[in-house]
Design a protein around this ligand. Sequence first.
Ligand SMILES: *Cc1c(COP(=O)(O)O)cnc(C)c1O
Length: 442
Amino acid sequence: MPIRLARVSERPPSVDTLARVVAADSTLPFALVVRCARLAVAGSGNYEAEARDLARGLERSLIQPVVNATGVLLHTNLGRAPIGAGFFGFEGAVRATSLEFDLSAGSRGSRQTAVATLLAELTGAEDAIVVNNNAAAVLLVLAALAAGRDVAVSRGESVEIGGGFRIPEVLEQSGARLVDVGTTNKTRASDYEKAIAKRGNDVALILRVHPSNFHIEGFTQQPGLAEVANLGVPVVSDIGSGLLDARCPWIDGPPPQWLHGEPATRQVIADGASIVTFSGDKLMGGPQCGIIAGRADLVAACRAHPLMRALRPGGQTLIALQRILLSFAAKTACTEIPFWAMATSSLDSLRVRAEKVLGTVATSLGARIVDTVALPGAGSTPGAAIPSVAIAVDGDHTARLRNLAVPVIARRDGSMTLLDLRSVATDDDSIIVDSLNSLATA
Ligand SMILES: *Cc1c(COP(=O)(O)O)cnc(C)c1O
């Protein structure tokens, strides 16, 4: 009999009763709490605790703002370039936009006209188009310019970049045929020449791919772009990270050290590339998109391809990209584009911020300022490092910081937790202070 009684006491509550209890301290719409309650009741454990866990798990799975204190500025898991919602629209009330309306002519226009002009001004390209991301840019270029034909790629550049972007597979999807050139560690201009001669007129393009996220050392060689640009076949250069101009005319003074060796659109075009492809949310510091810039006739062929309609970006993306490009043109990038503001802020200003943070956190925490190395991230020059400053606390507090109402994503370094201030917007320093104080009181 006692067993029977125990069973009765464990009988699940009604879904509705449980949902009401859990909904009292959940921000989720009631229908979603009911969903969690239903799943919990179907389980066999502690129904209320389980329903709360499910509701919290769902709440935490929603995309939400976090503070990136990792020191990796373009963090692939944290949305790459840090641009806020303000970039994606206009101030004031919601209004219609001139997205596809030519205000001069009073008739239908193209959503890409203005960004193409801005990109031409900033890079020296004759024309440009924007698609959903750089993977889409490479796919479209290959499909529009080389479907059914051969594309010459150095074996050292037939690589995988990021999750699932593999050059041989993208080539296959485009309908173009991969022609391997040279070897993994050494490829010469003469290797391209031989491959082209052997294939007659079938080689439509030479594709160069920047090794964004790895570095081969030792007995290696790849020809310069200029050497392969005069072989009679258009060269497509996938530079990836999208630095617009190696001279960084939007910066006062010389280009920063951490950009050294990073390929830039203007110079790659000047060296003879017919088409350059890159991401909008890497070193440009803009929204997720991919850009195809270069020779007018080749860009036009991409624009006319049926895939263009499927790969085009939304209006909000173009509004954000336009803002970013205008900032570069006005040379205000280092104050207006969050990535550039973070990447170029002086060590002194970071130290001043760190002192201020330390001055407001509980001394019992034992927090201190340490010199660190921040990274541009997101496939910019591997190994590039930007001197930085972090708040260090003994112990691993990464999970606790991550679980705060405004999650702070910190970095563990040995037995310390580091909050690197270079990847934190100055406006968020108060969140850093609150998060540290929550460690002190917990
Ligand atoms: C990042 C990168 C890509 C992929 O770009 P997405 O915008 O993530 O699609 C492709 N090629 C290179 C060289 C890259 O660095």
